[in-house]
Design a protein. Structure first.
Length: 192
């Protein structure tokens, strides 16, 4: 897994803009249940792009759980989107247990379809889709990392939390896109 900033790919993501995403009727989670990632039934869906071998992604597990727990009762549904090159459902379930992701839906994005549609380029990265199917936020969870390998004592800006507060309240997200730091999501063609 490569760790990188998204600066080189950021222009592609920004060029795509924050536009409505089409529904995917065939996407299923690792337990075979439908996973309507781009068609929220509540206020929002939060797609958290992760990979089991990314130390930054794994380090965010407790914060992801806190956020998803806190906002679940407010109408935001979280789903983990695994971007590992060769991961299967059994390995995902093992990872979910090891990192205590109890009850959180997880999908394997083997062909990178979800990442492309959402504009995700690193793990961890959050994408918030509102009730109309429009991406309202894309980027980091918070600013815990000042740069790669340079964590702060604690986060001072909570981008995902701020975006969720705005979406749930029906307000415009003040900062709809931030730069996420983490492990690069390679395309299927780039895979070894």
């Amino acid at each position: 897994m490569h760790i990188t900033m998204t600066r080189t790919r950021r222009f592609c993501v920004l060029a795509a803009g924050l536009v409505p995403l089409m529904a995917s009727s065939q996407l299923r989670d690792v337990d075979g249940r439908p996973a309507p990632l781009f068609t929220p039934s509540g206020a929002a869906n939060v797609l958290i792009f992760v990979s089991s071998d990314c130390p930054i992604s794994n380090g965010y597990a407790p914060e992801i759980q806190r956020l998803c727990g806190a906002y679940g009762s407010k109408g935001a549904r979280c789903s983990l989107v695994y971007e590992d090159q060769r991961i299967d459902a059994a390995t995902v379930r093992k990872h979910l247990g090891e990192y205590r992701y109890a009850g959180m839906p997880a999908v394997v994005d083997a062909d990178r379809t979800v990442a492309r549609r959402a504009g995700a380029s690193v793990t961890p990265q959050a994408v918030v889709v509102d009730g109309t199917g429009k991406v309202r936020y894309r980027g980091r969870i918070d600013n815990f990392y000042a740069a790669l390998g340079q964590p702060r004592q604690r986060a001072t800006v909570h981008d995902l939390r701020d975006a969720l507060d705005a979406v749930i309240a029906g307000r415009t997200v003040a900062t709809p896109e931030t730069e996420a730091l983490g492990c690069f999501i390679t395309s299927v063609k780039e895979a070894p």
